[in-house]
Design a protein around this ligand. Sequence first.
Ligand code: C2E
Ligand code: MG
Ligand code: MG
Ligand code: MG
Length: 288
Amino acid sequence: QGKRDGRGSFRFFERAMDDALRARALMECDLREAILGGQIEPFYQPVVSLHDRELIGFEVLARWRHPERGVLPPSEFIPIAEETGMIGDLSYGLLRRACRDAASWPPHLQLAINIAPQQFQDRWLAEQILAVLDETGFPAGRLEVEITESALIHDLEATRATLTSLQNLGVRIALDDFGTGYSSLYHLRELKFDKLKIDRSYVNSITMSDERAKLVDAIIKLGSSLGLVTTAEGIECSGSLGWLEDQGCDFGQGYLFGKPMSKSEADQYVEGGTTEVSAKTAAERAAA
Ligand code: C2E
Ligand code: MG
Ligand code: MG
Ligand code: MG
């Protein structure tokens, strides 16, 4: 009896595994088709100068416009794309589309694109990006590549080589989610970045505690003493905004300025400025 029960529950377990594997295989298959079929779409989040509150450009954030499930966030498909090696194709398509979208925007506006850790191991990455820039006519000087520290843990030498070729093209490099990795200071010493993006977990907490605020202030000072500009991610309230401006943080990004938006919403944003903050800023400018 006991044995049979054991086998029964094993079979049940097997079936659950089977289902999970099948669902995963289906998802991979779907994603491959989505990449080929152009369902992966760039959304754009405004990046604003904290010196004058002018829009300086957008961060490109991937969205999957799924025919049945609606618009899916990157957490649902970027990890799968990374594990299966589809991330290169995904990024290539996304960058191409973003560079074409940006052609209708004023020429001072910049684009920042996220590149996954394993893509820096690919010795053709700079070549591929150059091909997109050539094809679309988007200038390298308007492009920034965002890298997280997890990329640096894998293979520092390969990553260094890729970063150097990108910088030789004129593309800038930002260290994303700064403060969440393990050995931030080591990487700052070993690699030449152009920008630090202070993670939103730090930015959110500055108005909550003095200690947190001191930490963010220290990061801004560290950046500027190394010749790097800083961006604060995830600014959600005007209290944090004012504080960051006072500390000399260079750029800001967050729901206060705008959530990631579709190309047509970004067009409107570029033309009018649709958020409360930019409206307020416009009023302030008019009054000044
Ligand atoms: P990230 O590069 O740090 O992007 C910022 C994330 O923070 C975005 O989430 C954005 O919507 C969110 N965010 C921005 N401002 C605020 C705010 O004020 N409050 C809150 N609560 N959240 C805010 P999203 O779009 O879901 O992207 C998540 C992550 O997915 C990105 O983090 C990035 O690491 C990754 N990702 C997105 N697109 C790509 C891509 O094309 N390639 C790769 N490799 N990774 C991507
Ligand atoms: Mg990013
Ligand atoms: Mg980030
Ligand atoms: Mg982040």
